[in-house]
Ligand binder design. Structure first.
Ligand code: UDX
Length: 440
């Protein structure tokens, strides 16, 4: 089938490449000519394992192209996926829908044949129901709007798109075309459905809410274990063993119970805030009030690590040399949006320390938003004359570190494990002062 995908960020670029991989004829559309130029040459403008191979294979096969032209997009296909960003609004919790609205407002008047717009972006519940009339008011042909939320994780984007846990489709049940829209989407995902991926057809509001509540649940799970972790730290209990024991209960499950510096990134933090904002508008603010505490627990981890670093430096960070290993919000990503690691590095610098940051992939992005930090070219470089070493993103390279790797370069043998990824017995027996989150 001929498809377009609007937005070529983490979500849109992955979706475009993966739809081509399923055999569709795909046109990716973005207002940024730089991104379009790079993608057209088969270069992914961010780090996502495996995506470049899929991109190149499909460009070479003639199934995937990119453009900035909305006219070309309107010509190319009758099914248009919408994968633009919905960032947090400046100065408030609500999601900013300006990019979503801009695509619909620009595309709709250009449509010359009946079309379906399928939203994939994470939006506040009620958005899709407003976009339908908005698109139809601007178009001279019939337009349907459906919602097919995306659950992909950065670092596993290709795998999550081609083998998702489930497909969810919301259609406007009040529209006569709703069954046809569902049939079209089933055809697009035919290969996935043949592989028995569950498909849940529902209304627009449910589809929008599935995504938001999935992320709210994941954030809650992380903050839950981090709250328990704070108690562990005061009692000598070990949060990792505790999480393992909880995880054996099939009703709980072990995944997303890793205590540490908490969640960041372009989704979980902004999605729980947008959910609170939207629930408040709907008069259900009381029901989502607990998410404020989820957010609080998460943010407290960051100040806790700053305090631990100060303690490790004898009570004050002023003039201390601090090595920060990790800047990305999680391993296998170069994304530094709301990154706990970078946030901690910045706070430590504000306390007067000299901070040296190393990350295998995220240094360029970090430099753009935090130009005043020092960026190192290797672990050893970052740890040169360090008074304390902080591991804040659990890249495999950091988890594999041994005390003898750092012994020759550091000034003081002190390490803070912000992600519970080091073996504290090994570090302690090598004479290091080891401090971790979730253990005494
Ligand atoms: C998330 C959702 O998982 C995904 O389904 C959705 O589509 C987008 O948002 P992503 O932002 O890529 O994906 O990252 P994820 O793997 O969920 O991690 C989010 C944050 O939580 C990271 O900062 C990670 O370090 C942290 N985390 C995760 C923990 O602190 N503990 C855990 O146990 C798991």
């Amino acid at each position: 089938m001929r498809l377009t995908v609007f937005g070529t960020g983490y979500l849109g670029a992955t979706h475009a490449a993966c739809m081509a991989e399923l055999g569709h004829d795909v046109l990716g559309v973005d207002v940024d000519p730089g991104k379009v130029a790079k993608l057209s040459e088969g270069v992914v403008p961010f780090y996502e394992p495996g995506l470049e191979e899929v991109l190149r294979r499909n460009i070479d096969a003639g199934r995937l192209r990119f453009t900035t032209s909305y006219e070309e997009a309107a010509q190319h296909a009758d099914v248009h996926f919408l994968g633009v960003g919905t960032p947090q609004k400046k100065g408030e919790y609500a999601a900013d829908l300006k990019y979503v609205n801009a695509v619909v407002d620009t595309l709709a008047p250009l449509l010359q044949r009946p079309a379906t717009i399928i939203g994939k972006s994470t939006v506040p519940v009620g958005t899709a129901a407003e976009l339908g009339p908005r698109a139809r008011a601007a178009a001279s042909v019939p337009v349907e709007v459906a919602w097919n939320p995306e659950f992909l994780r950065e670092g596993f984007a290709v795998q999550d798109t081609l083998r998702p846990d489930r497909l969810v489709l919301g259609t406007d049940r009040d529209r006569a075309a709703s069954p046809q829209v569902e049939a079209v989407v089933r055809e697009i995902y035919a290969d996935l459905l043949a592989a028995d991926i569950p498909f849940l057809a529902t209304d627009l509001a449910t589809a929008e809410l599935v995504k938001v509540s999935a992320n709210a649940f994941l954030a809650t799970k992380i903050s839950f274990i981090n709250a328990v972790s704070e108690v562990c730290e005061l009692t000598g209990a070990d949060v990792t063993v505790l999480a393992d024991a909880l995880g054996y209960d099939a009703r709980i499950g072990r995944r997303f119970l890793n205590a540490g510096l908490g969640f960041g990134g372009g989704c979980l933090p902004k999605d729980i805030r947008a959910f609170m904002a939207r629930a408040g508008e709907l008069g259900a603010g009381g029901a989502t009030g607990f998410l404020r505490e989820v957010d609080n627990i998460n943010m407290r981890r960051r100040t806790q690590v700053v305090d631990m670093a100060a303690k490790a430096c004898g009570g004050s960070l002023l003039g201390a040399n601090v090595a920060v290993l990790g800047a990305a919000f999680k391993p296998e990503s170069d994304d530094v949006r709301d990154s706990p690691a970078l946030n901690v590095a910045g706070m430590i610098q504000l306390h007067g320390a000299v901070v040296s940051v190393y990350d295998p992939k995220a240094v360029d992005n970090s430099r753009k938003i935090f130009p005043t930090l020092n960026y190192a070219t290797s672990v050893a470089d970052a740890c040169e004359r360090a008074d304390v070493v902080l591991v804040l993103t659990e890249w495999a390279e950091f988890a594999a570190l041994q005390p003898q790797d750092l012994d020759p370069v550091v000034r003081r043998r002190s390490i803070i494990d912000g992600r519970n990824c080091l073996d504290r017995a090994v570090w302690r027996s090598a004479g290091w002062v080891y401090a971790g989150l979730g253990t005494a």
